[in-house]
Structure formats: C-alpha cells, structure tokens
Design a protein around this ligand. Structure first.
Ligand code: GTP
Ligand code: MG
Length: 138
C-alpha cells in the first residue's frame, strides 16, 4: 500500500465541492487517512510549487492557490500515486477523461480543482510539508 498527497484547490472549496470530490476519491478505492482545511500562505505556495517557478504561469498559480481555503489530504491505497493521477484526469480539463475529477468539476487548466503527487518520492516530501505523523491515521 502507498500514500499520496492531494489538495482540493480554492475553486473546489469556493463552489462547496469538497464532499463531491471526496466521494469520487473514495469510490475509486482510495482512503482519506489525513485531511485538514487551511489557508495557504504565499510562502507555502511558493515553496510547494518551487519546481514551476520559471514557468510563465507561476505568479498566477501562487495567486490562485492562496485565493481561498484549500483542503490538504493524505490518500492511501494500492498504487495510490498512479491511481489518484488517473482519478484526477488530465491537467487541462478539456483533455480529461470521462468520469475524472477534472472532467466533472474543473473550470480551466489553472483552476483545475485538485493536485496529486506525481511520484511516491514527491508524495513523501509533499506530505511532510503539510502533515505531522500523528495527524495521519491509516
Ligand atoms: P498538479 O497535480 O496540480 O501538480 O497538476 P499537474 O501535475 O497535472 O500539472 P503540472 O504539475 O504540470 O502543473 C501544476 C499546476 O500548475 C496545474 O495543476 C495547474 O494548476 C497549473 N498550471 C499548469 N499549466 C498552467 C497554465 O498553462 N496556466 C495556468 N494558469 N496554470 C497552469
Ligand atoms: Mg504536478
């Protein structure tokens, strides 16, 4: 079993969709073993998205991720990293497969409802950035 890090982004909390997104996550067989609603600081968002800092949309991305509350989560399950990427769908909702979170809910490539780690190694780093061990209960 594996863990991945998830964020329900501000467009999800703004539209009161956290339960609807969680229902898709749970239906896919992933277990939400840690969950917290937070307001990300600019510093937290810049650190989290550091790998994208040279990209043209970096400023917009940080602005968006700090524009309202987010829900940070630890998801657990068989091949959780790959499975959640599949459940999320393509980064651009216009290209996302039927039934995926981004196809169902996302509004644009920027405001795309969820984040999921892209490797098990990054999942560990991202989880440690937002969770203490005692706040993850499998
Ligand atoms: P994450 O799970 O959020 O990391 O999404 P991803 O891995 O599918 O996409 P990627 O890591 O390539 O990009 C990170 C995030 O940057 C995306 O989820 C989007 O929110 C944002 N992003 C990517 N491309 C664009 C873009 O062209 N414009 C804007 N405004 N945001 C973008
Ligand atoms: Mg990514």
């Amino acid at each position: 079993t594996e863990r991945t890090f998830s964020i329900l982004k501000p467009d999800a909390t703004r539209r009161n969709l956290t339960g609807a997104v969680n229902a898709v996550i749970e239906k896919a067989g992933l277990r939400i073993v840690g969950q917290r609603r937070i307001q990300m600081s600019r510093q937290q968002a810049e650190k989290f998205y550091e790998i994208h800092k040279e990209r043209p949309f970096f400023g917009e991305l940080v602005e968006f991720m700090t524009s309202g509350p987010v829900v940070v989560q630890v998801l657990e399950g068989e091949n959780a990293v790959a499975k959640y990427r599949e459940v999320m769908g393509a980064t651009n909702p216009a290209q996302a497969a039927e039934g995926t979170i981004r196809k169902l809910f996302a509004e644009s490539v920027g405001e795309n409802t969820v984040h999921g780690s892209d490797s098990a190694e990054n999942a560990k780093i991202e989880i440690a950035q937002f969770f203490q061990d005692a706040d993850i209960v499998g």
